[in-house]
Design a protein. Sequence first.
Length: 392
Amino acid sequence: MTHSSSRRRWVAIAAIPLAMGLALSACASGTVSGGTGSPSATKSGQDFSSIIPKGDIVAYSKSLVDGSLTASKGFTPESTGPTAQKSGAHIAYVGSDLTNGGINTVLTGVQEAAKVIGWTVDVYDGKATAQGRTDALNQAIASHPAAIIAGGFDATEQSASIAQAKSAGIPVIGWHAAAAAGPGDGLFTNVSTDPLVVSQLAAAYAVADSNGKAGVAIFTDGQYAIAVEKADAMKAYIEACKSCKVLSYQDSPIAEADQRMPGIISNLLQQNGNKLTYLLAINGNYFGGAQSALRDAGKKPSGPPESVAAGDGDSAEFQRIRTVDYQAATVAEPLILQGWQLVDETNRALAGQAPSKFVAAPGLITKANVPSGDVFDPASGYRDVFKKVWGK
């Protein structure tokens, strides 16, 4: 059991996997053993028409990319809500895996905001296993916190523990704990960007950058429904570009990317040669694992193939983009802002009010706008907005 942030472990040598919600049901899974698969290997059955333009997809993609690179909207939370509740309360932050860069950055935001609102945060580590997550949640429940924040969780996988918390009067607020933002799956609410917008931006970058001639391999992790949804959305967008082609759809565990990706990339290069111009993944961790194979194959760090992540965006990704080291772009989430939002949503739960309807926008990050620091932290004044709402 972890009772302080001393157990937080930062990994800087590779983009860390985004732990994502909702276990993939058997009917939605087309998991391919060993991480090999055809373009149609995994299908979520979703309708992605909402993210696909009806007109010229290349022109649309270029406009979408240009707009996101300079975006300043979508990062200001609601300016109304309850004042600070339960001064001195202890809340539990249960991270699915505290070696995860996204989960840790969100925790930083939670701790910042909790200090302002007057709470203490106890930290528990799920250690990247289903049993570890169950144990960590149960340990958190046993400590009788005012609320639990589940970072990078699978709410369906942990439905029994979440129900136990609710029965004990402990609200559970999720981050990336379900396939969509908002209430559901036993959660008071789930804080996330819109996964379809994230996927659209990543795929649009490949379409725009290639002028509609992208040859793409897509990487996902079939353990997580949100990962499959994001990958399938990218697949649908690329397929809507008639002169683009999805060459491969790979289902391989994020947690094993360092071990599996060198072999997968070598095989893809042998099969597709110069037709393979873009690697699209639901998280940048895949590209940390791909570097050695691309380097061994004599591929330039600037590509092709160019690597684009539809993930949360962490310091390792930013470093690769900044130095043009086998990653061209990522779709980043405002993780510190989301940490503050988690505290605000917790405060709403403790006040007996409804969750907010705020869903932060993601941001496309390339060398042109990569942050100088380790996080994507839009200057929207969100900290002052929350402080004013809480009366702090």
